[in-house]
Structure formats: C-alpha cells, structure tokens
Design a protein around this ligand. Sequence first.
Ligand SMILES: Nc1nc2c(c(=O)[nH]1)N[C@H]1C(S)=C(S)[C@@H](COP(=O)(O)O)O[C@H]1N2
Ligand SMILES: [Mo]
Length: 524
Amino acid sequence: MNRGARTSLAGVLAGGAALATTELVALVAPTRPSPLIAVETWFVDVFAASLKDLAVELFGTADKTALAVGAVLVCLALSPLAARAEVRRRWAGVGVLAAFGLLGTLATARDPQGSLPVGIAATATGAAAGGAVLLLLLDRFGLRVAPWGRRHREDDDPADDAGLALVTATRRDVVLWGLGTGAVVATGAAVAKGIGDGLRASRSAIPTSLPRAGAPASVPASQPFSTPGLSPYVTPTADFYEIDTALRTPVVDTESWTVKVTGRVDRPLELTYDQLLARDLVEEVVTLACVSNTVGGSLVGNAVWRGVPLRELLEEAGVQPGATQIVGESVDGFTAGFPTSVLDDPDRPALVALGMNGAPLPRRHGFPARLVVSGLYGYVSATKWLSEIRLTTLEDEDGYWIDRGWAKEAPIKTQSRIDVPRGDDRLVAGTVAIAGVAWAQNRGISRVEVRVDREGWHEAALGRVASDDTWVQWHLAWDMPAGDHVIEVRATDADGVTQSAERVPPVPDGAEGWHSREVRVAAR
Ligand SMILES: Nc1nc2c(c(=O)[nH]1)N[C@H]1C(S)=C(S)[C@@H](COP(=O)(O)O)O[C@H]1N2
Ligand SMILES: [Mo]
C-alpha cells in the first residue's frame, strides 16, 4: 500500500473511532440526540428550505436512513484530511478531529432536546479517542513517529527531527493494525447503535390501553364496497403514513413530561400525562393529510383519535382577545401554527390526541400527545410529541415550515384518488371495479365522478362516513373493452366546488389536479 492509501486508511479508522466513541459516550443519555444526530438535525433545519421539493422523500422514513448513512460516510470521507494534516504537522490532524467534535458540541447546544454536558463529554472523548488512534496508526503505518516513543531508533537520522518515520511499515503491520482497529471500531459502532435502540425502546413506557372515551366515535359499522385494493375506511395504525423532521423518533418519559398552555392566556396551564388521562376523553374520526402529498399520493390517512378537546383547555386557560394564532410546539422544537379563528366553527374537531385507533399513540405518531385539527394540513396543525400550546399572534410567530417556503395558512384542498385498478393490474375485458377515496375535510364530499378515455363523467357510489372530517370511499363498476384506457377522477365538496383539472405542485399550499391512471385491458 502506498503512502497516500495508508494515510487515508489511518484517517478513516481514526474518524470511525472518534464517531463510535462519541456515540458510545452519548448513550449515558440515550433519549437525547447524540452529537451525530444533532449535526444531522442542524443540517436538515438549515437545508430544509432549499430541499423543500424533496421534502416528501427526505422526511418520509427511508431517506432518513439514507441521511444517517450519508452523514457517517461524509465524516469518514473527510477524516483522511486529518491524517494528511497530522503527517505534515504534529497535532494538526488531532486539531481537525477536535474541530469536528466542536461542531458536534455546537449542534447539541442548539438542539432543543440536546444535553450540553453529555455533548461536550461525548465529543471530547470521541476526539481524544480518534486522535489517539490517528497517532497510533500513523506510527504503525510508518508515516509519522508517535509522540510517545521513537520506535524506529535504528533509523535515527537528521531528517527524523521532523518526527517523520523513515522506515516503511511492513505489509503485515498495515494489515494487522488496519484490520484490528477496523474490527474494534465497527464493533463499537454496532454496540452503540444496538444498545441505543434497546435503551430508547425500553425508556418509552407506553401504557397498554387508554381510558374509554365518554363519547365514542361513530365509525360506520360496515362499508358497501369490499373491492380488493381499496383503502380501508379507517387506516390501520401500522399503515398510517409518517412524516416528520425527527431523525430519531423522540422518546418521551411521561413521568417528567407535561404539556403547557402559555402565551396570551389569563391562566397558563401545565398538565401531566396522568392529568390528561383523568379528564373526560372524546373521540373524533379525522383524516390527516400532508401538504407534500402529490396528486394520487399516499400521505393521507384516516384514524379514530381519542383525547381532550382543545377548546376545553383553551377555555380553562382563558384566551385573551389579542390572540390570533395557536402554535403547537413539540419536545424536539418543531412548531406548527394556525389561526384561532379556525376554532370558531364548533363542529370542527380539534383535539389534544392521546390515542389513535383505540390504543395510545405510538411513538412515531406523537406519543404521548399530539394535536389533530380537522381540515388543516399537518404542517400547520398536527404537532406530534406536543410540549406546549402557545397563544400568540399570526405576526409574532411562524411555524417550522413557514420560514421554509410553505404557506402560512393551509386548509386542506379537495382531492380524490384512484386506488384500483392499478396501472400494472392484469385486467380482462368486462366489468372492472374502479374505486378509491376522496377527501375535503370539514366540508365533506358530495360527489365523485369518473371518466374513462375522456368521454364524459359518471357518478361513482359513495361509502359511509363518520362525519365530513373524513375521507369517503367511492366505487364505480365499468364495462371496459380490450385496449389501453385512461381513467380520471374528480370530486366535488359539500360547498359544490369541483376539483379543477389544472395540476398544481404541493409547494406552497398543497397539490391540485385530477388523479388519473393508465390501464391495459386484455381481450377475453
Ligand atoms: N413534532 C412534529 N410534529 C409534526 C411534524 C414534525 O415534523 N414534527 N410534521 C407534521 C406533518 S408535516 C404532518 S403531515 C403530520 C403527519 O403526522 P403522522 O406522521 O402521524 O402521519 O405531522 C405533523 N406533526
Ligand atoms: Mo406534512
């Protein structure tokens, strides 16, 4: 292996040692973001605005993993710089590692959930471990004598005053030290990840059940259509879409957690989890939708939410006349705000939800409590891991996504989606079930129409709904001849407004347009 490759290898292993050690030490506070997570969160917060068109991908689930892996790779890719610096100048490379550590400390300091003492301890230990590995490997790889000893005495030579090792390391040295260090670093990283995941899971003591609601939701007992592939009226929790900026799902300890009602109120409140559970709970069926959802997309779901009416808490706190905005803040610093006037309509459900589909909220949907307000996109209303409900003015504060290019006010737009047939379904000429869902929360859907090959609209049959705050299933049996066909759908809300054909992208206040599917029908 040539000098350059050996230098890079020493750097990567030193960087890996620094990272793994940092993450191991950060396990003393497993539910707080580690320095690495804090740096990634910082990156997301800074770049979320420019990445807003990618927001769906980025803040879904798969790409958070990609981001995490990417962050580690970037760190490892940069660490050869530390090795190169150290070869050139004693302590320069250790300084580079320390600078990375400082970045981790700063990121921890700015993170609402971060613990600064833990961040400092973790990054300092990490930089020290990485520095030690760097000095050791440069020495063993014959690149620079370690400060703690001159191993290559026989080569004592004036040039050695610079501290440069003059012997070439044997191939065996490089292989043994490289593999040995690599194995230790990989084990450390795996242990940090494994123990961390285990500790986080064990710290979130989610109760097995919730108190019943005094007024249970009236979910229709059955639906008229049983078309395979049609979205169920109530989305099973396990299939419910998840969108948030949290790189690690927050773990909330309900022993110490409270939710506060603050700001422009006469009597600020602070409620524990037990106090919330002890209140009279109600249930509402509400379809949640993400503004990032594209036409025909899957970032929408319907659930039975159980919790405390938001209006009740606000009445107890006594909202002052000057308050024009309600901001929900989460334990991880995310905020979402909507006008107080949204609550003027007494029929619009607005809950501090503790449960979903009959069970306590799962962590990924906001345990222990989240807001659910019918008719508003999630990014202005549905704060998960709720820590504070702040009464303020519309001018005084903007929620997380408002600074990042999304609209300040975001009522959900009427949309309809074709679930079946799918483009790759093998259809044969004859009667084909065309079915899907349509939603216009808080207004309700009055009509869904389908057309095939742009030849006139046909009204679909509608399923049953709990209220106008949910989506509705629709169905049309259509006689399809063999050949290629285009199916389109459009919905009309209860105000009589029909979706327009014009396609509008999700940014800044939600997608518009008719969903369509191209299908191929084989001859009988
Ligand atoms: N704390 C927190 N709450 C949040 C978000 C977030 O990033 N952080 N995202 C919001 C957005 S954009 C949507 S669409 C909904 C999604 O809720 P779900 O993941 O339970 O489906 O949560 C909202 N609540
Ligand atoms: Mo969203």
